[in-house]
Design a protein around this ligand. Structure first.
Ligand code: MRU
Length: 347
C-alpha cells in the first residue's frame, strides 16, 4: 500500500508532496531551506498534525547543517530562532511543538560535543521521528482494527491518512489495518469545507489503495447516518487535552453530536504525541483561524459577494462526553479519560 511519500529526504533537499495540488497533479516541492518548509506548512502543502511535526523536525535538521564554526552557544541560539519560526506556522497541532521540543532537547543534551557532531545528531533524530511515526501508525492500526466489524462502514472527516503523517495514517491507518485483516470496510468521506481535504485527499489516497469510499458534503452526514447507517466514526486529532477533549478539523464537533444522536460510536485515532496534558480541557487548545479567502474562494475563484464578513476557524473541539475511545499506539483509551490519559502518558 502507498505508492507515494508525503515527505522524504533527497540528497540535497527535502521532498514534499504538494497537497494543495492533489488530486489533479502529483507535484513535489524541493525545499532547500527552513523558510520554504515553513511556508509549505503554512500553505498546507504539507498538513496533518503528525506530518507537520515530521516536516518541522526535518527542516530544523536541514537548516542547522548550514551553520559554520564550532561556537555552541551561537548554534544553540540559531536553533532556538529556527524553532520559533517553525512553531509560528500553525498553532493547533501539538505535534509540531512536540517535535521541535524533542529536537531542541537533543541540542541541549549535546553541550559538550562538537557542533558538527550535534548537526549529525539532529539529522539522525529527524530520521527517527519520521520512522517512528510510521511504526506508531501501524501499531495504532493494529489496536484500532479490532473494534471494526468484519463488514461495515466507517465515516471520517478531513484527511487523517498517509498524507497527514509520515505514512499509513491514523484514522485511515485503522481502516487500512482492518482491510489488511480482510475485513470488508467501506468509507464515507466528508468533503471537509473549506479546503476539501476529505474530497481531495482522503478520496485520492483510499482510491489508490482500492479501499471503497464514497464522498458526501459535510452537511449530509446526519442524513447519511439516518438513511444508510454508519457503524463507526473515526477521525484524527490535532491536540487532545488532559481530559480527552479533542481538537480536529472544523466539522468534527458536529459529527460527534450526530454520532451520539444516531448511536454511532465515535473514536479519535491519534498518537500519544498528540496528547497535550498541559491543556486541561479543550478550552486551553488554541484554535487556528485562517484567511477568509479559503471560504470566499474556490481555487482563487470568488464564489461569494466581495467584502462579506467571514469566520474561518480551522478546527473545533469534540467534548470528551461524545468520544467513545481514543485509539493510540499503546492501546485504546476509554473513559474515564482523565485517569486513563494520565496513566498512558506517564508510562
Ligand atoms: O488543516 P489540516 O489539513 O492540517 O487538518 C488536519 C486534521 O484536522 C487532521 O484530522 C489531524 O491533523 C490529524 S492527522 C493524522
Amino acid at each position: 500500500m502507498n505508492s507515494f511519500k508525503t515527505i522524504e529526504w533527497e540528497d540535497d533537499f527535502i521532498k514534499i508532496l504538494d497537497q494543495t495540488r492533489l488530486p489533479s497533479e502529483e507535484i513535489y516541492l524541493e525545499c532547500r531551506d527552513l523558510e520554504s518548509v515553513a511556508k509549505a506548512i503554512e500553505m498546507l502543502s504539507v498538513r496533518g498534525a503528525p506530518a507537520i511535526g515530521v516536516a518541522a523536525a526535518m527542516a530544523l535538521a536541514y537548516e542547522s547543517q548550514k551553520f559554520e564554526g564550532n561556537d555552541f552557544e551561537l548554534f544553540l541560539s540559531k536553533v532556538n530562532d529556527m524553532c520559533d519560526r517553525l512553531r509560528r506556522t500553525r498553532p493547533t497541532a501539538v505535534n509540531l511543538g512536540w517535535a521541535l521540543k524533542r529536537m531542541f532537547q537533543k541540542v541541549l543534551d549535546s553541550k559538550n560535543k562538537n557542533v558538527s557532531d550535534v548537526k549529525q545528531i539532529l539529522k539522525k533524530e529527524a530520521d527517527i521521528i519520521l520512522n517512528e511515526d510510521i511504526a506508531i501508525n501501524h501499531s495504532m492500526g493494529m489496536f484500532g482494527q479490532e473494534i471494526l466489524p468484519d463488514s461495515g462502514t466507517v465515516m471520517t472527516i478531513c484527511n487523517a491518512g498517509s498524507l497527514a503523517t509520515a505514512g499509513y495514517g491514523t484514522a485511515l491507518g485503522v481502516i487500512r489495518a482492518a482491510v489488511e485483516k480482510n475485513k470488508d470496510i467501506s468509507v464515507v468521506s466528508c468533503e471537509t469545507r473549506p479546503l476539501l481535504q476529505g474530497a481531495r485527499l482522503t478520496c485520492w489516497e483510499l482510491q489508490k489503495d482500492n479501499i471503497p469510499v464514497i464522498l458526501i458534503t459535510d452537511s449530509m452526514a446526519g442524513y447519511y447516518m439516518r438513511e444508510k447507517g454508519v457503524d463507526i466514526v473515526i477521525t484524527g486529532a490535532d491536540r487532545v487535552a488532559a481530559n480527552g477533549d479533542s481538537a480536529n478539523k472544523i466539522g468534527t464537533y458536529s459529527l460527534s453530536i450526530l454520532a451520539k444522536e444516531h448511536n454511532v460510536p465515535f473514536y479519535i485515532a491519534a498518537p500519544i504525541s498528540t496528547i497535550d496534558v498541559s491543556a486541561q480541557t479543550g478550552e486551553d487548545i488554541p484554535i487556528e483561524e485562517r484567511s477568509k479567502n479559503e471560504v470566499t474562494q474556490i481555487k482563487g475563484h470568488q464564489i461569494t459577494p466581495e467584502n462579506i464578513g467571514v469566520w474561518n476557524p480551522s478546527f473545533d473541539v469534540v467534548p470528551n462526553k461524545y468520544i467513545s475511545g481514543i485509539i493510540t499506539e499503546k492501546g485504546i483509551l476509554r473513559p474515564p479519560f482523565i485517569e486513563n490519559i494520565k496513566k498512558i502518558v506517564s508510562n
